[in-house]
Design a protein around this ligand. Structure first.
Ligand code: ATP
Ligand SMILES: Nc1ccn([C@H]2C[C@H](O)[C@@H](COP(=O)(O)O)O2)c(=O)n1
Length: 247
């Protein structure tokens, strides 16, 4: 359900703090693109990398979730692509880019918690497949990224949104590891059901006609299954440092 009472969905964990900040070594115009399937660790890794390097952070998944939240609020049938497309220009979305406390509002209302509720998660993939939704959010995403100095995560950042990003990362993890991590985050959710839900979203996100989830050309693939979150953050920070040192 929308609004009303404390959220029952997942709450984003705080970013790791163990990696020291090294903003002096990256250029203020740098864009780091991080893509991958649901639950592969994009948000937590991106926030940790941005915090460590003194960069901004943009969660494009939160934008698609906020658009979906607005569709549900306005009683739009999320399985009617025509209706969703006709409504895509209506909600006013604003993303805050502080990795220590990212925010998102719809028409001035803070929806950071509401967009993680199960009803939004269940509806977000069909809404994300609608071309008008993607076109609207692409424009907003490019506005935010334009100034640089940012880590951006999603499904099509390195392939469509910002293919010129000097650092592109594609994160994956075994479905069972992703389900374990997500179930732990949600306080012991059913493992099999969690894995099914992740795989169902992967299928829609990879199979849609517009900007499907894919490993972008030139991306560095990191299978995070055997690594801790701090280790993955360290790997990406090292990659950024290596690329910056060459430029
Ligand atoms: N390398 C890792 N080792 C262990 N746990 C991890 C690792 N990376 C991320 N996690 C945990 O896995 C869960 C999912 O991570 P996260 O939300 O960052 O994934 P995501 O790819 O952004 O997911 P979604 O696409 O669904 O938003 C979180 O609880 C996070 O703390
Ligand atoms: N660049 C993006 C980001 C997200 N989406 C869609 C597909 C996801 O299922 C959904 C929610 O994203 P999450 O919060 O799980 O990262 O949003 C997309 O199509 N393109």
């Amino acid at each position: 359900m929308l609004g009303g009472g404390p959220p029952a969905g997942r709450v984003l964990p705080p970013p790791p703090t163990r990696t020291s900040r090294r903003q002096d070594i990256v250029s203020s115009t740098l864009v780091v693109a991080i893509d991958g399937p649901s639950g592969s660790g994009k948000s937590s890794t991106s926030r940790g990398v941005a915090a460590a390097l003194g960069l901004r952070y943009l969660d494009t998944g939160a934008m698609f979730r906020a658009m979906t939240w607005a569709m549900l609020r306005d009683r739009v049938d999320v399985h009617d692509a025509g209706a969703v497309g006709a409504h895509a220009a209506t909600p006013r979305l604003t993303s805050g880019t502080d990795p220590d406390g990212p925010t998102i509002t719809v028409d001035g209302e803070d929806v950071s918690a509401a967009i993680r509720l199960p009803d939004v998660t269940a509806a977000v993939s069909p809404v994300s497949a609608v071309p008008e939704v993607r076109a609207r959010l692409l424009e907003l995403q490019r506005e935010v990224i334009g100034d640089g100095g940012i880590v951006v995560e999603g499904r099509d950042i390195g392939s469509v949104v910002w293919p010129q990003a000097p650092v592109k990362v594609y994160l994956t993890a075994d479905p069972s590891a992703r389900a374990l991590r997500r179930a732990a985050e949600e306080g012991g959710a059913d493992l099999a059901a969690t894995e099914q839900s992740l795989l169902a979203r992967d299928k829609i996100d990879s199979g849609r006609a517009t900007a499907p989830l894919t490993m972008p050309a030139g991306a560095h693939h990191i299978d995070t299954t055997p690594y801790t979150l701090d280790e993955v953050i360290g790997l990406v920070v090292a990659l950024v440092e290596a690329v910056e040192a060459r430029s």
